[in-house]
Design a protein around this ligand. Structure first.
Ligand code: HEM
Length: 158
């Protein structure tokens, strides 16, 4: 049982890393694209990639709880695990915010491409762009912190 939950835990990690890298690359393509129609198309094609992250986070939570059962530990038993759960909670909140902003950006660019956006659209868009950019820096860093804490615990840290 411990093997199965741990293998699924690693698959979830793979999913999160792939989604982050793909998201960063697609966001770069979006930035480079010169016209709004292309930008809108790239954002629309990126949506399923974005949805992989919440799927990955749910997998990590379920399989992580499985790991805890297999090890017979609680939330407060191991320092690294408690710290990891705090960072995980922050990452979930950050991911939800990022998802909301990305969704709004997609809708805005689509309406700009269709010529139906208001006068503030450009300003609003550059604010969304900055939020998404910040997300692509902060969330991978949180993922790295979680990874570090996991490996630290694995190597015998308490
Ligand atoms: C983005 C989220 C997460 C990532 C990237 C992650 C990553 C990892 C990795 C790489 C390991 C294996 C460490 C090793 O064998 O060297 C691990 C182990 C573990 N994780 Fe996570 N994890 C995440 C979320 C969670 C959550 C939410 C929980 C608890 C609810 C959890 C509980 C555990 C436990 C208990 C182990 C030890 C398993 C064992 O040694 O048998 N993880 N995690």
């Amino acid at each position: 049982m411990r093997e199965i939950t741990l293998i699924l835990h690693f698959l979830g990690l793979g999913l999160l890393v792939s989604a982050s890298v793909a998201g960063i690359l697609l966001n770069r393509q979006y930035k480079k694209a010169e016209d709004l129609k292309t930008k809108a198309l790239i954002l629309r094609a990126s949506r399923p990639i974005g949805l992989l992250s919440p799927v990955g986070m749910v997998i990590m939570l379920i399989t992580g709880i499985g790991n805890m059962h297999a090890l017979g530990v609680g939330i407060l038993t191991l320092g690294w695990l408690s710290a990891k759960l705090v960072v995980f909670a922050v990452a979930v909140i950050g991911g939800v915010v990022m998802g909301i902003v990305a969704r709004k950006r997609g809708a805005l660019v689509a309406s700009m491409a269709a010529g139906g956006a208001g006068p503030d659209a450009e300003k609003q868009l550059s604010s969304y762009d900055s939020w998404v950019m910040a997300g692509y820096i902060i969330l991978p860093l949180l993922l790295l912190a979680i990874l570090y804490l996991s490996v630290y615990g694995r190597l015998g840290g308490q």
